[in-house]
Write a protein that binds this ligand. Sequence first.
Ligand SMILES: [Zn+2]
Ligand SMILES: [Zn+2]
Length: 83
Amino acid sequence: MGKFYCKYCGTFRSSVASLTASTCPRHPDGPNRGRHALYEGGERSEYVCRYCGAKRSSIMSLTASSCPRHPNGPNKGKHAPAR
Ligand SMILES: [Zn+2]
Ligand SMILES: [Zn+2]
């Protein structure tokens, strides 16, 4: 079984069903205002922000910090992994 990652926070579960069953602390609408959402890219050694190009070794660390080029405004949202 693979690991299924949330694109907002980097949490992973062994199935998509269990991933999307619980709320996400880094949901873009606000903490726990929505559920985890599947990251559809593969597992990789480095994750790149789709807005600014920041690189981190995990989705969890990438989405932990604010993005200076976020579409809602500078630092108005977190980095988001590209595929
Ligand atoms: Zn999440
Ligand atoms: Zn970014």
